[in-house]
Design a protein around this ligand. Sequence first.
Ligand SMILES: [Zn+2]
Length: 205
Amino acid sequence: MLGRGLRKEFPNPKRIGCPGAEVLKKIASRKMPLSEAEVWLDHLGSCSPCYGDFSKFREASQRGRKQALLAIAASILLVGTVAGWALLRNWNENLSTQTATLDLRNRSVARGAETNPDEQPLELPRAAKNLKIFLPLGSGEGPYDVRIVTPSGEELAGSSGTAKLNDHVDSLQLVLTLDSLRPGKYLLQIRRPESEWISYPLVLR
Ligand SMILES: [Zn+2]
C-alpha cells in the first residue's frame, strides 16, 4: 500500500534533487553501503519517479539473483550427477573384476591331493576376492573349508563359508585374497570341516 501511494503521490517531473539512475540501481541491488544510501532514503520516500525507478531496479536485481542461484544450483546438480555416475561405474567395475565364479558341478571328484590329469584346470584371476563356488551336485548345505595349496601341498590361502541352496545348486560364497600369490598352477581344495580335502587343479592368472 505504501509503495503504491509513493509511486503516485509525489510527482517530480523535472526530477529536482534526484540522485540519478546509477545511484538508484546501486541502492536497489544493495551494492551501496547503507551509510551512503541513507542520504537518499528521504528523497526516495518523497519522489514518486525515483521510487518507481528504484522499484523497477530492485525487481530486476532480484530476478538476476534468482537466475544466478538457479544456474549455480543446476551446475552443482550436474557436477554431483557426473561424479556419482563415475563413482558408481568405478565401483561396479571393481566389483565385477573382484568377483569370480567357480563351477564344480561337472568336475570329477578326487580325494586327497590327487586330481584327474585329463581335466581342464579351473581358472581364477588373482584380482578376484569374492568367490562364488557352485559345489558338486548333492554336496549339501552347511559349512565348508576352502584353501589353495601348492602342488606339493603347502597351504597359501584359506577361508570358510556356508553353502546355501540357490536355484537347486549348493553355492558357497566366500572371500579369499589371492593377489599376493604368483600366477601358476595350484590346487583348490574343499572339504566339510573335519572331513577329507577334495582337490581341483587350479590355474591363477
Ligand atoms: Zn527523485
